[in-house]
Design a protein around this ligand. Structure first.
Ligand code: NAD
Ligand code: UDP
Length: 313
C-alpha cells in the first residue's frame, strides 16, 4: 500500500484517478481548492477510511508525508483558466514549485499532468514529444500554455539539479463522466446542448480538429507511467490518435442523442489550435498502452452520465 497525493483530485480526471488508486489498495490524499472540481465528484469515496480530502490551494506550500504525487491541480477548460489568468499561471508555476519541493523533502516520485497545449498551434502533425511547439507567449491562452511549459521546465530542472524522480505526461483532449456540465469544453458543451435541445455552438467553421481520449484509457496510461522505472521521465504523449473535426463531433453527438438541435456558428477564439493529434508511439512502446475506447463508445457513456445529471437537477 502506498500513500499517494493527488492534487486537483476533486476534478474530472483527478476524481477518476482517486477512485482507481483506492481500488488498487492505496491510501489516497486528495488536495483541491474546488475552483473547478466538486465534492460531488468524490462523494462516493468519502466513506473509504483510506481516502482523505484537504481543501488547499497548491500555490501555498503543503507539508505531508507521501510516497507518490500526481500533480493535476489546474483548471483545464479555456473558459475557466481564462477567468483569472494570473491565478492560472500561479497554479501551474507556484503549484509545481510547491509540489516539487514536497517531493524533494520526502523523496517521493512525482508525476506532472502536462498538456498537448505545450505544442500550441502546431505546424508539425501529428505531434511528437520532440516537437518544441508554437505557442503565443502573450495571448489569452498563454496563462495555461506557458504555465504548463514552465512547470515542465521546473520538473526537469528539479530532476537534473536534485535528482528528483519525475514523470511527465502530455495529455491530449480527454472527456467522459464527471466533466462539469458548465465546464465549457467542447464535448460537454455539445452533449449538454444536444440533450437540452439547445443550439450546438460551433466556434469558427468547425473545421479545426481534436483527438478525443476516453477518461478510462487516460487514467490507465497515467498509472502505467507512474510505474515506469526510475530514470524514465518522459515527456510522454497520452491521447487517442483518431482525429475529428468539430463538425464531425457535433454530428456524432446529435446522432447518438437523437437530438433536434441545430448548429450555430460563433467566432473562433484567438489562438485556438487548428489541428491536434498525438503521435503515441512512445506511450505504446514505453507503457505498452494504447487507447481502447472508440469515440462512439465513449460518447455513449458520457451522454448517459449527463442525461442522468440533467434529470436530477
Ligand atoms: P478540472 O478542471 O476538472 O480539474 C482540475 C482540478 O484542479 C479541479 O478540481 C480544481 O478545483 C483544482 N484546482 C485548480 N486550481 C487549484 C489550486 N490552485 N489548488 C488546488 N486545486 C486546484 O480539469 P481536468 O480535466 O480534470 O484536468 C486535470 C489536469 O489534467 C489539469 O492539470 C489539466 O491541465 C490536465 N489536462 C487535462 C486535459 C483534459 O482534456 N481533461 C488535457 C490536458 C491536460
Ligand atoms: N469548441 C466549439 N464549441 C464549443 C466549445 C469549443 O466549437 O462550444 C471548439 C474550440 O474552439 C476548439 C475545440 O472545440 O477548437 C476544442 O475546445 P476545448 O475548449 O474543448 O479544448 P481545447 O481548445 O483546449 O483543445
Amino acid at each position: 500500500m502506498k500513500k499517494i497525493l493527488i492534487t486537483g483530485g476533486a476534478g474530472f480526471l483527478g476524481s477518476h484517478l482517486c477512485e482507481r488508486l483506492l481500488t488498487e489498495g492505496n491510501e489516497v490524499i486528495c488536495v483541491d481548492n474546488f475552483f473547478t472540481g466538486s465534492k460531488r465528484n468524490i462523494a462516493h469515496l468519502l466513506g473509504n477510511p483510506y481516502f482523505e480530502v484537504i481543501r488547499h490551494d497548491v500555490t501555498f506550500p503543503l507539508y505531508l508525508e507521501v510516497d507518490q504525487i500526481y500533480n493535476l491541480a489546474c483548471p483545464a477548460s479555456p473558459i475557466h483558466y481564462q477567468h483569472d489568468p494570473v491565478q492560472t499561471t500561479k497554479t501551474s508555476v507556484h503549484g509545481a514549485i510547491n509540489m516539487l519541493g514536497l517531493a524533494k523533502r520526502v523523496k517521493a516520485r512525482i508525476l506532472q499532468a502536462s498538456t498537448s497545449e505545450v505544442y500550441g498551434d502546431p505546424e508539425v502533425h501529428p505531434q511528437q514529444e520532440s516537437y518544441w511547439g508554437r505557442v503565443n507567449p502573450i495571448g489569452i491562452r498563454s496563462c495555461y500554455d506557458e504555465g504548463k511549459r514552465c512547470a515542465e521546465t521546473l520538473f526537469f530542472d528539479y530532476h537534473r539539479q536534485n535528482n528528483l524522480d519525475i514523470k511527465v505526461v502530455r495529455i491530449f483532449n480527454t472527456y467522459g463522466p464527471r466533466m462539469h456540465p458548465n465546464d465549457g469544453r467542447v464535448v460537454s458543451n455539445f452533449i449538454v446542448q444536444a440533450l437540452k435541445g439547445e443550439d450546438i455552438t460551433i466556434y469558427g467553421e468547425g473545421n479545426q480538429t481534436r483527438s478525443f481520449c476516453y477518461v478510462d484509457d487516460l487514467i490507465e496510461a497515467m498509472v502505467r507511467m507512474m510505474a515506469t522505472p526510475t530514470g524514465f521521465t518522459g515527456p510522454v504523449n497520452i491521447g487517442n490518435p483518431v482525429e475529428f473535426t468539430m463538425l464531425e463531433l457535433a454530428e456524432k453527438v446529435i446522432t447518438l442523442t437523437g437530438s433536434s438541435s441545430k448548429l450555430v456558428y460563433f467566432p473562433l477564439p484567438s489562438d485556438d489550435p487548428r489541428q491536434r493529434k498525438p503521435d503515441i508511439s512512445l506511450a505504446q512502446n514505453a507503457l505498452n498502452w494504447q487507447p481502447k475506447v472508440t469515440l462512439e463508445e465513449g460518447l455513449k457513456s458520457a451522454i448517459a452520465y449527463f442525461s442522468k445529471l440533467l434529470q436530477e437537477n
